[in-house]
Design a protein around this ligand. Structure first.
Ligand code: PAZ
Length: 319
């Protein structure tokens, strides 16, 4: 393949011609279409993306590159958006944390530790878990039953990008009342399908050297072409504190969207900074104490309240 071909393949506009859509794309399209039609004309809607994308090393995938994200931010935020009256499309990595389920699915306890057999022989929830589990079950059933929570899952980078574009194009015409809350940890590098080994990479040849291409920057097309009227919140994660501010500012300047939320890997559950056009030098910080964190408070409660406030202002300004 020539260099020119390579460049064409990794251009955001042509990415979709060179990679296969996920098997749930049509299903997701129909679900989102129905979901949107069910909402009232002034309903605020948010697309929350959550969890990490995988990057396969083989077309018949045995091995893949993954990342750390558990989906805590996304699943907790989705609960908070629902509590604040939003309708939520939750685009999440398969087997990562999900709203209302998140307290039970991924801890060291395991499902069986929540259950016991009563004296009547029936299996039941242990009394100490009844209140919390009952509350989460009721909320989950309420929001799904009312058509306010729609969950779509992805695994690979490519699944994610196809689904993101699909949802975007379906909600674009709703304009300012739609928020994009892009908390998923999306890979920066991938191996294009045509450069990948077709079958399982064999070890007989010795060490493995990987060459990965840069993933095209999709925030550009998203902001400019797919959903130019929507309220867009992206996230920036770093491990080097010197880079966080400059990179968040750079993203804001380059894409011109509404908010970049900056967080450090180690402290992401306790502190985030909100960069906006008017707060590029002195971003607003949202922080919770270690005591609050240990007591089970999620920083997303405060974060989402603040974003919803800014979103409401954005909607009013657009009228
Ligand atoms: O999923 P999680 O709660 O473990 O982590 C959340 C996060 C750090 C992935 C999110 O806050 C974030 O920064 N997402 C964007 C990461 C990036 O820069 O690609």
């Amino acid at each position: 393949m020539s260099l020119a071909d390579m460049r064409r393949v990794i251009d955001p506009d042509t990415y979709f011609d060179h990679n296969s859509p996920p098997t749930n794309l049509q299903w997701a399209h129909d679900q989102v279409d129905e979901f949107v039609k069910r909402q009232s004309p002034d309903q605020r809607i948010v697309l929350v993306t959550s969890g990490g994308t995988t990057v396969p090393l083989e077309n018949n995938t045995v091995r893949f590159v993954d990342n750390f994200s558990a989906g805590t931010r996304g699943s907790s935020s989705a609960e908070q958006f629902l509590a604040m009256g939003y309708a939520v499309v939750f685009l999440y990595r398969e087997q990562s944390l999900q709203p209302f389920n998140r307290h039970y699915s991924h801890n060291s306890k395991g499902l069986l530790s929540y259950l016991e057999r009563g004296s009547d022989g029936q299996i039941r929830v242990k009394p100490e878990w009844e209140q919390q589990l009952g509350r989460d079950l009721d909320l989950y059933q309420k929001f799904t039953g009312e058509g306010k929570l729609l969950m779509l899952n992805f695994t690979t980078l490519s699944d994610y990008l196809f689904l993101l574009r699909e949802v975007s194009l379906l909600v674009a015409s709703l304009g300012p009342r739609v928020m994009f809350y892009l908390a998923a940890a999306v890979s920066d590098f991938f191996i294009p399908s045509h450069s990948m080994s077709e079958h399982k990479i064999q070890s007989a040849a010795g060490d493995l050297t990987l060459r990965m291409n840069q993933v095209p920057k999709f925030l550009g097309p998203l902001v400019k072409n797919w959903v130019p009227l929507c309220f867009i919140v992206s996230f920036k994660l770093e491990t080097d504190p010197e880079l966080l501010g400059p990179k968040a500012r750079h993203a804001l300047e380059k894409y011109g969207h509404q908010v970049v939320i900056a967080n450090m890997l180690d402290t992401r559950k306790q502190k985030v900074w909100l960069f906006t056009k008017n707060e590029a030098i002195c971003p607003a910080a949202i922080e919770i104490s270690k005591e609050d964190l240990d007591a089970g408070k999620d920083i997303e409660q405060d974060l989402v309240v603040e974003l919803a406030r800014r979103h409401q202002q954005y909607i009013s300004d657009a009228k």
